[in-house]
Design a protein around this ligand. Structure first.
Ligand code: NZQ
Ligand code: ZN
Length: 389
């Protein structure tokens, strides 16, 4: 195993009723709370009313920051930071999925930073020493795992860049995770979030080292859990066991545990983020389109791992197949699963209409250092073209 340092500063309160039980206590020290949320789902499913009641009973001054969009923009971050500063906010409470959580992490940083936060944080790797505003999150959809990491993925619309960085100080102070809050997530968002979880695991699994290591073993258990529980939640959206497992799978996939000792790939994420920057496509849907094509492109460079994936995750037996055939059968099983759960399989289905734009998007993608095969921009373009229709 490679050397590593592990830390995770987020305290998790998991299970039905956790908001009612713990929110008042967790916000005790804050006089003014910035209550942040998305496009309104929390007003339709009762979560907003439940939270407002608790905050009002504990006499909080509430400043609302609504309308955080999917793929949150840098402009929205600046709006939130201004609101936080003007109202002398003591704590941010983010209610939603990855977009709301990421935007609020960025707001918590921007509100405390004097310089240009885009140039100094998202645009270049480097060290900034800022103590962000305290942030707590209430998770309403399983997927990104943002609740337990310091990652904040933000889109700069002007520059056409969607990018994120993991800054440990951005880990939320607490995460309230009630699986029943996810019952109302529309099916397409549920499966997109589910595929995002799977993708986070695969992007870590398909990277060196491949010697016996506990991270790979944990990842196999997690992948099987995501596949099984996604099927159960599709059959019965109010299956508490399935929703609980998916919610914790999401956290486990992105709370750094499985990355310990691994290089990590995340080239598909780099590619999807730039597709998002140009088309505003849904994150999990974009990943679903890219993964099988990308894996068919690189599998030869990590053949034993792709064979292991076919056998251990999809239960495919050798039956005279060569390693290459077995590896490809595993990737085919992944592609079949994507179709089975109703995710898109082409960029056209994602809403891309101009094939000529693919070159510009491909050229704008960052190249990951951790893949079995280091991509070139020409190869990324080829993959995009194969994904087009
Ligand atoms: O906006 P509202 O009305 O709340 O509706 C949302 C939104 O339309 C809806 N939703 C959420 N909870 C719901 C619900 N609808 C009904 N009932 C509920 N309980 O779901 C839609 C999508 O929400 P969003 O937050 O955009 O989805 P997701 O959690 O997939 O987050 C995607 C963002 O996270 C970034 C992605 O790039 C993307 O910008 N990522 C963040 C990561 C991180 N911080 O670690 C890692 C990921 O790889 C990813 O890049
Ligand atoms: Zn993701």
């Amino acid at each position: 195993m490679n050397n590593f340092i592990f830390q995770n500063a987020t305290k998790v309160y998991f299970g039905q009723g956790c908001v009612k039980e713990y929110l008042a206590c967790l916000t005790k020290s804050a006089g003014t709370v910035l209550l942040a949320y998305g496009g309104g789902s929390i007003k339709r499913n009762g979560v907003y009313d439940e939270v407002i009641k608790i905050l009002k009973e504990s006499k909080k001054n509430i400043v609302e920051f609504p309308g955080i969009m999917s793929n949150p923009t840098y402009k929205k971050v600046q709006e939130g930071a201004k609101l936080a500063l003007e109202n002398k906010v003591d704590m941010i409470l983010a209610i939603g999925g990855g977009s709301v959580m990421d935007c609020c992490k960025a707001v918590s940083l921007a509100a405390r930073y004097q310089g240009n936060i885009w140039d100094d944080f998202w645009a270049r790797p480097g060290v900034i020493e800022v103590e962000p505003l305290p942030l707590g999150v209430i998770v309403t959809v399983a997927g990104t795992g943002s609740e337990c990491n310091g990652g904040a993925v933000i889109t700069n619309e002007q520059k056409k860049i969607k990018t994120g960085r993991d800054y440990p100080k951005l880990n939320p102070k607490f995460a309230l995770m009630d699986p029943s809050y996810t019952y109302s997530v529309p099916k397409i968002q549920m499966v997109s979030g589910g595929f995002d979880i799977l993708s986070h695991i695969m992007e870590t699994y398909f990277s060196e080292p491949d010697e016996d290591n506990v991270s790979d073993d944990i990842m196999e258990a997690l992948m099987k859990s995501v596949i099984r529980n996604l099927r159960s939640a599709i059959r019965n959206p109010t299956d508490y066991t399935a929703r609980s497992n998916l919610m914790w799978d999401a956290t486990m996939a992105e709370n750094r545990v499985i990355k310990m000792g691994k290089k990590c790939d995340f080239e598909c994420h780099n590619m999807e983020h730039q597709l998002g920057a140009y088309t505003n496509c849904n994150h999990g849907c974009g990943l679903a389109v890219l993964h099988p094509v990308y894996y068919r492109h690189i599998f030869n460079k990590g053949l034993p791992k792709f064979v292991r994936f076919a056998e251990n995750i999809w239960g495919i037996t050798r039956d005279g197949k060569t390693d290459g055939q077995l590896a490809l059968a595993g990737i085919d099983a992944l592609a079949d699963f994507i179709q089975e759960i109703g995710l898109p399989t082409t960029l056209k289905e994602l809403g891309l209409t101009d094939k000529k734009q693919l070159k510009e998007i491909a050229d704008s993608c960052s190249i990951s250092g951790g893949s079995y095969k280091k991509m070139t921009h020409e190869e990324i373009l080829k993959i995009f073209q194969q994904c087009y229709e």
